[in-house]
Design a protein around this ligand. Structure first.
Ligand SMILES: *Cc1c(COP(=O)(O)O)cnc(C)c1O
Length: 370
């Protein structure tokens, strides 16, 4: 492995980054083949970011290194007690070739909130953003030129201290890996069917629902499997009578008069996508309500024609209309065009900003390759 001294310069964040180039990178031909049909989360770029934290030394040894397996002590705390958090955002190529990301300060702040809840150290925002820039500096060629496609960035942090006693780890690792992401809906956007989980919860009061942590996903896998069995693609979780969210996406209801309603709860994950979609709606003069919403309100509203549709949003899919909510006892069907048209036009505006086609009025985009 050759250390690239040209890149070993002090960064904006003041850390000295060590860059070790992959001496067996993916060939251009192979990369083009992968980018022609990337799927999601299957292929990974040639490098990764790796930062260490220790109680004594704080954040140290920032580096970019060849993508590959991580050596862990079998007693590493994460393997036993799930002390882990992650983030997800995307790098987009604009028409002039430049590479950008969307509201990374939001992801950095959320990683800090997740860290507090999981008793992990907070990574400063400058280090978070610098780590994305460092990875793009070596793997920028992996950001596709194709519209609606991107490079998915996955920062994550975990307890690597080898210790079986139960307490917050004193040694922690932070990594960023990247994976080319194809169009989420290769055959065009179709409404999804959602299963209402009544026998499982995603999170409880005072739990970890508001943190982006692997454990929340682990506990959603069984209800998700149940949803598949019922012919649905996703699960909606409740907190008693109140709507929470899907396993990895936030939910918005659309009323006949064009109001957008999204659940407020301490146990849902604050999505960057939903916040941005709702901001764009407010910019259009639409009313946005963030408040408690019961499943009965949705059911009765759908029956009376007051609620005309619903959609789910998150970074990976951006926005998906919900065609049906199914449960053991009832079914809500949204097959009218109004809500879907509104949702799709908000989606187009958001992706327009992300891909540089629409003016970035709010200053949401950050350039990663300069
Ligand atoms: C990541 C995530 C979301 C969506 O957040 P975005 O920032 O919009 O990608 C929603 N719910 C859960 C549980 C998540 O983990």
């Amino acid at each position: 492995m050759a250390i690239d001294l040209n890149l070993q310069a002090p960064s904006a964040a003041g850390l000295i980054w060590r860059v070790t180039r992959n001496d067996d990178p993916t060939s251009e031909a192979e990369r083009e083949e992968i980018l022609a049909a990337p799927g999601f989360g299957i292929h990974f770029t040639d490098h990764m970011v790796d930062l260490c934290w220790s109680e004594k030394g704080g954040w140290h040894r920032p580096q970019v290194e060849p993508y590959g397996p991580i050596a862990l002590d079998p007693a590493a705390a994460v393997l036993h007690y799930s002390q882990e958090i992650f983030e997800g955002l995307k790098a987009y190529r604009h028409a002039d070739g430049s590479i950008w990301t969307f509201r990374p300060d939001r992801n950095a702040a959320r990683l800090q909130r997740s860290a507090r809840r999981l008793a992990l150290p907070e990574l400063p925002t400058e280090y978070f953003i610098e780590s994305l820039k460092q990875l793009i500096a070596v793997d920028g060629d992996w950001v596709t030129k194709k519209d609606e496609e991107s490079l998915y960035l996955r920062p994550f942090m975990f307890a690597k201290e080898a210790f079986l006693g139960v307490r917050a780890a004193k040694k922690v690792a932070f990594y960023v890996i990247a994976s080319p992401a194809g169009p989420y809906f290769p055959t065009g956007i179709a409404p999804v069917d959602i299963w209402l989980s009544t026998n499982y919860a995603r999170a409880g009061k005072g739990g970890t629902g508001a943190a982006k942590t692997g454990g929340n996903y682990a506990s959603s896998l069984l209800p998700q499997a149940e949803a598949y069995e019922k012919g649905c693609q996703q699960v909606l979780f409740l907190d008693g009578p109140y709507l929470e969210e899907l396993g990895g996406m936030n939910v918005v209801l659309v009323t006949r008069d064009g109001r957008l309603i999204t659940p407020a709860s301490d146990s849902i994950l604050e999505g960057v996508t939903v916040a941005s979609i709702l901001q764009l709606a407010k910019d259009r003069g639409l009313t946005v309500e963030q408040r408690k919403v019961t499943i009965d309100e949705w059911r009765e509203g759908a029956a009376s024609g007051e609620i005309v549709g619903a959609f789910a949003c998150g970074t990976a899919a951006v926005l998906v209309p919900i065609g049906r909510l199914k449960s053991d006892d009832f079914e809500i069907v949204h097959d009218g065009p109004e809500a879907t048209e509104l949702a799709m036009s908000l989606r187009d505006e958001l992706t327009g900003i992300q891909y540089g086609r629409v003016e970035d009025r709010h200053g949401w985009m950050l350039r990663l390759d300069a």
